[in-house]
Design a protein around this ligand. Structure first.
Ligand code: XMP
Length: 317
């Protein structure tokens, strides 16, 4: 009979046995899986777990600082690495979604490999792999899978020759959350919506510039905070905004404007494989649309995506 308490107890004991005095390096994404996996390993080996959290320049607004703070609060030995510029350089001029994904994957590997080399005598790579990732090899989730899908580009980086420790690889998502709760991980991490590894880069249609990222971060933050304010956040599986590569005419005072259009997307789903557009209340959509257009300079139109998956995907790229 599985309980999260017995899982936590036996897993920590096994990790102690397996890892001894060895050092482990692990990339964190801010998501549920890597956070729970890291906390378990940390309970077993303490500061011999070296966590790395990368600011790739396409995170949500204030996400880097906020998540880093949560990790420190959990007692994790975590290093925040701000390499936004390196990612913007790698992304410059790219418009094809797969090219953007590859540039981000490749840059993440460069950064992670560099950081792993700074840790003397590290012999393990920690990963937040969960059971569905194991059975579904095509699943692309988080830094770990990004690594897998790009490991054949230009030879294996050194950190990929490390032994792998994956304490959650027998668990389903709801079990991971239960384990996280037992470990005392706060809801702002456990109930966080899924967020794609390539982040806002696949929600800005077309090429990525820091200016576009800044606009989308503002829109996204208003949308997500609005969902929380209206108690809708926990009712949707995932939500976010897309910055469209078009401008539309609007009017502001007696001025004609010609500015950007954003699309809001919120879906209900069980596993992300299929999804329905969330039937958000009209009053909420009206308020959030006004708020976005009033507060975010450069945006004069908001549309709501009413497509289901399939045939549409959750992301637009
Ligand atoms: P789609 O758009 O395929 O998304 O319906 C399904 C789920 O996967 C996420 N997603 C990604 N996650 N790297 C990731 O780590 C990616 O390249 C990627 N593309 C989509 C998406 O956010 C949704 O949760």
């Amino acid at each position: 009979n599985w309980t999260s308490e017995s899982f936590v107890e036996s897993t920590i004991a096994q990790l102690k046995e397996k890892l001894g005095d060895d050092k482990v390096v692990m990339g964190l994404s801010g998501g549920v899986d890597s956070s729970v996996a890291a906390t378990l390993i940390h309970r077993a080996i303490g500061s011999n777990l070296y966590c790395i959290f990368v600011d790739n320049g396409v995170l949500r607004k204030d996400e880097f600082e906020g998540v880093l703070e949560s990790y420190k609060h959990l007692g994790l030995n975590v290093k925040g690495v701000d390499v936004k510029e390196q990612f913007y350089t790698a992304l410059a001029g790219l418009t094809d979604p797969e090219a953007k994904r590859k540039a981000i994957g490749r840059t993440f590997i460069e950064v992670f490999d560099h950081e792993a080399h700074l840790i003397e005598g590290v012999s393990w790579l920690g990963q937040g792999t969960i059971y569905p990732d194991v059975i579904e090899s095509v699943s692309v989730k988080g830094p770990s899978a990004t690594i897998k899908s790009h490991h054949n580009v230009g030879g294996l980086p050194d950190f990929m020759k490390l032994k792998v420790v994956e304490p959650l690889n027998t668990l389903f998502k709801d079990e991971v959350r239960a384990v996280g709760r037992t470990l005392g991980i706060p809801d702002n991490i456990l109930k966080r919506h899924p967020f794609p590894g390539p982040g806002l880069a696949i929600r800005i249609l077309g090429d990525i510039t820091p200016e576009k990222v800044a606009i989308l971060q503002e829109v996204d933050a208003l949308f997500i905070n609005g969902l929380k304010k209206y108690d809708l956040y926990d009712q949707v599986w995932q939500a976010g905004a897309m910055l469209l590569p078009i401008q539309s005419v609007g009017v502001m005072g007696d001025e004609r404007t010609y500015e950007r259009v954003v699309a809001l997307r919120a879906v209900t789903s069980v596993d992300g494989m299929t999804a329905d557009w969330a039937h958000l209340p009209y009053e909420f959509l009206a308020d959030i649309s006004n708020e976005i257009i009033n507060k975010v300079k450069g945006v004069n139109r908001v549309v709501y995506d009413i497509s289901s998956k399939p045939p549409a995907t959750i992301e637009w790229e």
